[in-house]
Write a protein that binds this ligand. Structure first.
Ligand SMILES: NC(=O)c1ccc[n+]([C@@H]2O[C@H](COP(=O)([O-])OP(=O)(O)OC[C@H]3O[C@@H](n4cnc5c(N)ncnc54)[C@H](OP(=O)(O)O)[C@@H]3O)[C@@H](O)[C@H]2O)c1
Length: 247
């Protein structure tokens, strides 16, 4: 049964930035597909909160780095709930290592999830969006993809790769009224940044003109705008949510 609402798929929607994005899009009136890879209980808790607040959604578990699974699950979800109108490629991992010590398997995992995963998901929704002659694709990249960081070369490569990929998609699909943009968050308080020591956090904050870590809502607010028709003339752009850390 198709949802009466437009459908938004958020990868890695079970926690952190992704969980806040699905909550925001549900409040904005989307039927949200909450993707996760391992943590079904956390994804279910996010869905429960959405439904308790009067929103609608469903779980959509798959590993973004498995292209066959991506195609199968996205097609099944569209058959059930309707074509995906908004895709937010948010799922990501960071495995930090100095280049000399970077292991092949860590490089592959980072590129597979952070870059190829976003490409697989974008490819999987393209046909649906072309048929509907509308769509908004939003990549959650990182300020690290713009400015680099010692110890994060694999992550930076994946996140910078998303920028070139998205500009190409924007050029390829613009005539079909499909927009594609990149958000580059700076340091946002989540599980990912929870692993930083106090000394590391202090060092980072010295580079942030606004002087504090961002919150997941800061990213979700921009996603909400890019998902809406208010941003209808914005495509192929890279927009920072970073407290001024990179300009
Ligand atoms: N936090 C920051 O400061 C910051 C800054 C810049 C950019 N970002 C980017 O923002 C995004 C979200 O970051 P976060 O801090 O919210 O991360 P997080 O708290 O670590 O959450 C990561 C999410 O990605 C999902 N995920 C991981 N591997 C996956 C896979 N193979 N397939 C599907 N889902 C997968 C996780 O699902 P499970 O729960 O099932 O594991 C989880 O929902 C990432 O792309 C990250 O690079 C974050």
């Amino acid at each position: 049964m198709n949802s009466q609402k437009p459908v938004a798929l958020v990868t890695g929607g079970s926690r952190g930035i992704g969980a806040t994005i699905v909550q925001r899009l549900a409040r904005d009136g989307f039927h949200v597909l909450i993707n996760y890879s391992s943590n079904e209980a956390r994804a279910q808790a996010v869905l429960d909160q959405i439904q308790a607040a009067g929103g609608s959604g469903e779980l959509c578990g798959f590993d973004v780095s498995n292209s066959a699974q991506v195609d199968e699950k996205i097609e099944a979800a569209a058959k059930k709930s309707g074509p995906v109108a908004v895709l937010v490629n948010n799922a990501g991992v960071t495995i930090d290592a100095l280049l000399m010590r970077l292991k092949d398997e860590d490089l592959e995992k980072t590129l597979d999830i952070d870059l190829k995963g976003a490409i697989y998901c974008t490819r999987a929704v393209t046909r649906q969006m072309m048929r509907a002659r509308q769509g908004s694709i939003i990549q959650i990249s990182s300020v690290i993809g713009e400015m680099g960081n010692a110890g994060q070369s694999a992550y930076a490569a994946a996140k910078a790769g998303l920028i070139g990929f998205t500009k190409s998609v924007a050029k390829e699909l613009g005539s079909r009224n499909i927009r594609a943009n990149v958000i580059t968050p700076g340091y946002i308080a989540t599980d990912m940044t929870g692993a930083l020591t106090e000394a590391q956090k202090e060092a980072i904050l010295r580079t942030v003109p606004l002087g504090y870590l961002g919150e997941t809502e800061d990213v979700a607010a921009l996603v909400s705008f890019l998902a809406s028709n208010q941003s209808r003339y914005i495509t192929g752009q890279v927009i920072g949510v970073n407290g001024g850390m990179y300009m």
